[in-house]
Design a protein around this ligand. Structure first.
Ligand SMILES: *Cc1c(COP(=O)(O)O)cnc(C)c1O
Length: 361
């Protein structure tokens, strides 16, 4: 078969496992169902499914623009923010160019690069966080080569280590990069971050008020809004970048139910329901982190809906131990384990298992 030879031996995306009868803490999903008001909007919309969705998503785009305080031409919708990432890489990288990112980060990044025959330039994390200085150095090194960097991905907070990069460091990074190099701020967990978070929306302009036209912020309804199964996210950026993404987007890729649900998420009522849920997760995050610290485990401060256990060589054994206790986390063998924060009951089950783990002979 004449399939691209570079794909033949390539690994696929490894999703978080679902094991019937076990508690799933493997995919950073919300433990809550969709917001009640969103479920109502979905059932009303279901009656219109004989029609195609609005390909431009005009109503949702306008509502998002108003909510985040930009113009509609600064917004692009996607079938999940992973799809937007793919489109951004497609729109920026020619074969052989590099996607520059910190690593370890989101498992999808290298696979999305490979899909368009781009290289993935993995810059090691420092203290479990993206090392912006080293990433800048990598971009500048590539500038002098045949294949300059095509795009830079900053996952903030970073999946799977849960850490953030600070405002001063991120601002200096953006200021030092070439102004025509697209930089993605992947903020899938933004809603769970604290007040000091370097919100990408505030970085779309420089201190002098001029637009950073190369920066695009990605947000999703998959995590805090509990709509991972519906597939919808959006990007906020300059019309140049937004239009480039639209150029490579497949027609009708954001389905009608997803558009209706996302719109319903933006009402004041839904927003306050979402914020209440996030608060509960943040309270549980603090409780879980403290309990893990008191077990002697060096869990980094999390700004997301998961915690990172840097268990190194013990990771595979811990993963097996947890599965024996009917808990499914996300192992990165040799590095660590990512555990999604869930309900108090499920978190208690996880803490009981961890207590038994550290007490094992
Ligand atoms: C979960 C996640 C996303 C969201 O993906 P969707 O396609 O919107 O579900 C994006 N980036 C990161 C880093 C994530 O962890």
């Amino acid at each position: 078969m004449r399939i691209r030879p570079d794909l033949a031996s390539a690994p696929g995306y490894v999703p978080g496992k679902s094991i019937p009868g076990s508690i799933k803490l493997a995919s950073n999903e919300s433990p809550f169902g969709p917001l009640p008001s969103v479920a109502d909007a979905l059932s009303r919309q279901a009656e219109l499914l004989n029609r195609y969705p609005d390909p431009a998503g005009l109503e949702l785009t306008a509502a998002l623009a108003a909510q985040v305080g930009v113009a509609p031409e600064n917004i692009v919708l996607g079938n999940g923010s992973v799809t937007l990432l793919q489109h951004l890489i497609q729109a920026t990288c020619s074969p052989g160019q590099s996607v520059v990112s910190g690593w370890r980060s989101f498992e999808a990044y290298p696979l999305l690069a490979r899909n368009v025959a781009a290289e993935f330039a993995a810059v090691p994390l420092a203290d479990e966080a993206m090392d912006l200085g080293a990433m800048l150095a990598e971009v500048l090194r590539l500038e002098g080569t045949e294949h300059p960097a095509g795009i830079v991905l900053v996952c903030n907070p970073n999946n799977p280590t849960s850490t953030t990069v600070g405002r001063a460091a991120l601002t200096a990074f953006l200021d030092a990069l070439p102004r025509d190099l697209v930089v993605v701020l992947d903020e899938a967990y933004r809603e769970f971050a604290g007040e000091d978070f370097a919100d990408g929306l505030t970085l779309l302009r420089r201190a002098d008020g001029s637009a950073r036209e190369n920066v695009v912020v990605l947000r999703t309804f998959s995590k805090a809004y509990g709509l991972a199964g519906l597939r919808i996210g959006y990007g906020i950026g300059s019309p140049q970048v937004v239009n480039a993404v639209k150029t490579v987007t497949l027609p009708f890729s954001v389905n009608m139910l997803a558009q209706a649900a996302a719109l319903a998420c933006l009402t004041p009522e839904a927003q306050s329901e979402m914020r209440q849920r996030v608060k509960e997760t943040v309270v549980e995050r603090a409780r879980l982190t403290e309990a893990l610290h008191s077990l002697g485990l060096p869990v980094p401060h999390s700004e997301s809906n998961f915690v990172w256990l840097p268990t190194g060589e013990d990771t595979a054994a811990l993963d097996t131990f947890l599965q024996d206790n009917r808990l499914v986390a996300r192992p990165f063998p040799g590095e660590g384990l990512r555990v999604t924060i869930s309900t108090p009951e499920e978190n208690d089950a996880f803490l009981r298992a961890m207590t038994a783990w550290v007490a094992r002979p």
